[in-house]
Design a protein around this ligand. Structure first.
Ligand code: NAD
Ligand code: TDX
Length: 332
């Protein structure tokens, strides 16, 4: 049994990880989460109190972070400002949390010699043309486009520097787009599902040609556990499940699964600097560490996710109106 400090564990992927750890290991989890607009304590409901502790706080609060890190065997760092559209509107919190927060954690794990796993994104690599036969690999040069992805890229580089300069025992993973339960309604898939549930037409940015490489959040969790257990210190692993789809086909699938006409969506103002395509080559993780995803069938995973939002309106309804008001102001 290990004691894991999970930052951002009340967010989408961090809470999925807490559920996964409780179901598949005997590790103890302490969640450190600020509960920003994106955090939801209810995402941890139902987890046993003797397995999961919750601390509300900021990863940039050095004394708090030091206390918690001193008691942990490993830190799994999910906490971040995570939404590209917000980063275009107000970049500052992205610098505070993604850069200064990560720095604060690195100093604490350095002092207490605690194993660190840094969660990052494929967006640090920029984007690909639609017809590019290449996908991102661990050696693709960094080329981030947005304030969000540039702060994630900055945090990755801090981790690499702390490994090399100070001998911190860290690994990094860069994952593609996640879907599944507990995702905030500002994000693409939950926004469209909850729009349909509310009788609002789904909104596609631009022409809807942009491609994302979808992975179920539970597969992301199993990959992170694999890296924690078997990953080589100082290494980066790309996580992906060969799930490339363009946004238009995802909206059409949601509409079909929800019994609506497949053209019942609106094309709206495009995102500034909108990355065209992400695609992950996860060969290193699969061949070196033996990981494979469980959710091979995107349509089935999406249908389960639609059911989850249908059944958990009390979880998402409090955020829906404010999220739609934010988008409406921008014509999206
Ligand atoms: P999210 O926005 O749903 O959750 C982020 C969580 O971090 C929230 O609970 C929030 O309260 C917390 N948080 C924010 N600032 C904090 C601070 N200063 N101190 C403590 N807690 C703070 O994000 P997510 O989609 O779950 O993403 C989690 C991580 O995974 C991020 O690092 C993100 O970059 C990365 N990632 C996400 C995706 C994706 O598809 N969502 C893909 C690849 C990588
Ligand atoms: O209403 C929408 N309509 C639309 O067409 C929204 C909210 C999004 N989109 C498009 C933009 C993207 O091409 O859908 C795609 C997915 O958008 P987001 O859910 O905002 O995700 P993305 O910008 O791709 O970033 C996500 O994956 C990588 C996460 O939010 C990041 O945290 C992660 O790093």
């Amino acid at each position: 049994m290990a004691r894991l400090l999970v930052t951002g564990g009340a967010g989408f992927i961090g809470s999925n990880f807490a559920h996964h750890v409780v179901a598949h290991t005997d590790h103890h989890v302490t969640v450190l989460d600020k509960l920003t607009y994106a955090g939801n304590r209810a995402s941890l409901d139902g987890l046993p109190e003797d397995r999961v502790a919750f601390v509300q706080g900021d990863i940039a609060d050095a004394p708090l972070v030091e206390d918690l890190v001193a008691d942990a065997d490993a830190v799994v760092h999910y906490a971040a400002e995570s939404h590209n559209d917000n980063s275009l509107h107000d970049p500052r919190p992205f610098l505070d949390t993604n850069i200064v927060g990560t720095y604060t954690l690195l100093e604490a794990v350095r002092k207490h010699d605690v194993r660190f796993h840094h969660i990052s994104t494929d967006e640090v690599y920029g984007d690909l043309e639609l017809d590019d036969p290449q996908r991102f690999t661990e050696s693709t040069p960094y080329n981030p486009s947005s304030p969000y992805s540039s702060t994630k890229a900055g945090s990755d580089l801090l981790v690499r520097a702390w490994v090399r300069s100070f001998g911190v025992r860290a690994t990094i993973s860069n994952c593609s787009n996640n879907y599944g339960p507990y995702q905030h309604v500002e994000k693409f898939i939950p926004r469209q599902i909850t729009n349909v549930l509310r009788g609002i037409r789904p909104k596609l940015y631009g022409a809807g040609r942009n491609v994302r490489d979808w992975i179920h959040a539970d597969d992301h969790s199993s990959a992170v556990l694999t890296i924690l257990e078997k990953g080589r210190i100082g290494e980066t692993y790309l996580i992906g499940a060969d799930g490339e789809r363009d946004n238009r086909s995802v909206v059409e699938l949601i509409l079909r699964l929800m019994g609506q006409p497949q053209d019942a969506y609106d094309l709206v103002t495009d995102r500034a600097g909108h990355d065209l395509r992400y695609a992950i080559d996860s060969t290193k993780l699969r061949t070196e560490l033996g990981w494979t995803p469980r959710y091979a069938d995107f349509e089935k995973g999406l249908a389960d996710t639609i059911d989850w939002y249908r059944e958990h309106e009390a979880w998402w309804a409090p955020s829906k109106d404010a999220t739609e008001a934010f988008y409406a102001e921008k014509g999206q």
